[in-house]
Design a protein around this ligand. Structure first.
Ligand SMILES: *Cc1c(COP(=O)(O)O)cnc(C)c1O
Length: 393
């Protein structure tokens, strides 16, 4: 069998053995409906509320502040659209966000803009960091919500969330953060950091796909998302996905167990990748070198097409992703890289490698051996590269 080197953990992760083991009893043994009164139903209910308590503890929240959702996208949609619609009815029809959010945030904002809301997109600097003062300047008397991601999924930059939350509260504005990429990489405590709403997803932290959390601080009203039964305190009806929820609790505990050790181990491999790739002429690192997720590498390689590079990496068994959105049927380069001020053709030749603790030094060596060979091949066939070389002379 051909070997597979998985370096796309920002897209999704493998379900860990620990998570899988925790989930197993809830498929065919304690499969009861958590609303039923007999014992297998009560066991499911207990598992549900235990998981809620464990997740609350990881975040520094109360169990009553945790809502289970189908993932990061649903949590983002619920927080933003729910808050906008509730406060919009009171005349607050302005949202502040950034230009390089995940589409689960940006597309909700676009929807709101089509429906009578105004959105301010605060800029990011060339290193992919938001200046909290820009958030302060963007806030208006009619601002309903500020939503800024904790860590960017493409370039891995970590934002000054505590400072931004403080500015929002000084102005009396609610603050939401998409922390899907941040959990397990930076210490998060919603009370200490004064975060009003926070979105999480299971499949980025070794739990399964289709499960997530929205944290909503006590006292903040969030409109109902799904009408039906009384699940999630009547706000999001539907029989709970107990195995996924139990798995998520396990994954969250595992993710925060020893963050410093993980960061040390993974960032060493990341730095080797960055330094190795940057030895290739005409390459650049995208995103701040220091304020960066320990597993994120994002580089632009001039004179090549990101998609061709990905296909050739795939032939070598390496799973990676490109900064461009071609996979979604669009030829536009990544909105994140454009927000940093990259030119279209540079943004097109981008590569994201997102590694985890499961990767090994030997795999990093292999990636570093393969990439320069592929780049050389692609550049040799590239009219764009020919032009760059000519211009240099
Ligand atoms: C993956 C991701 C999401 C979407 O989460 P899903 O669970 O796939 O819906 C949202 N925001 C960020 C930053 C992500 O990386």
């Amino acid at each position: 069998m051909n070997r597979v080197i998985y370096a796309d953990n920002a897209a999704t992760t493998r379900v860990s053995k620990r998570v899988l083991d925790a989930m197993m009893p809830y498929f065919a043994e304690n499969y009861g409906n958590a609303s039923s009164i007999y014992s297998i139903g009560r066991n499911a209910k207990k598992a549900l509320e235990d998981a809620r308590e464990r997740i609350a503890k990881v975040l520094g929240a109360e169990p009553s502040e945790i809502y289970f959702t189908s993932g990061g996208s649903e949590s983002d949609n619920w927080a933003i659209r729910g808050t906008a619609e509730r406060l919009g009815a009171k005349g607050k029809k302005h949202i502040v966000t950034s230009a390089f959010e995940h589409h689960a945030v940006l597309h909700v904002c676009e929807y709101l803009e089509k429906n009578g809301y105004e959105v301010t997109y605060v800029p990011v600097n060339a290193n992919g960091i938001i200046n909290p003062e820009d958030v302060r300047k963007a806030i208006r008397p009619d601002t309903a919500l500020v939503t800024i991601m904790y860590a960017n999924n493409e370039i891995g930059t970590i934002q000054p969330i505590g400072e931004i939350a403080k500015i929002c509260h000084e102005a009396g504005v609610l603050f939401h953060t998409d922390a899907v990429q941040a959990i397990g990489n930076v210490p998060i405590n919603v009370k200490e950091q004064d975060i009003d709403m926070l979105s999480l997803s299971g499949h980025k932290i070794h739990a399964q796909k289709g499960i997530g959390v929205l944290y909503v601080k006590k006292g903040i009203l969030i409109p109902n998302l799904i009408f039906g039964g009384g699940q999630e305190r009547g706000k999001r009806a539907g029989t709970e996905n107990i195995p996924a929820i139990v798995g998520l609790a396990e994954a969250m505990e595992a993710a925060v167990e020893n963050i410093p050790a993980k960061v040390e181990k993974v960032s060493k491999m990341r730095d080797r990748l960055i330094d190795g790739i940057l030895k290739i002429p005409r390459t650049r690192l995208n995103g701040d070198r220091e304020k960066r997720l320990c597993g994120n590498v994002n580089v632009s390689i001039e004179g090549i097409e990101g998609e061709s590079l990905l296909l050739m990496l795939d032939m070598k068994g390496i799973c990676a992703s490109s900064g461009s959105a071609c996979t979604s049927g669009s030829l536009d380069p990544s909105h994140v890289l454009l927000a940093l001020g990259l030119k279209h053709e540079v943004a097109h030749g981008s590569l994201r490698l997102s590694i985890s603790e499961e990767n090994t030094d030997e795999e990093i060596d292999y990636i570093l051996e393969v990439i320069p060979q592929i780049v050389e091949k692609l550049r040799a066939m590239s009219p764009l590269w020919e032009k760059i070389v000519k211009e240099e002379k």
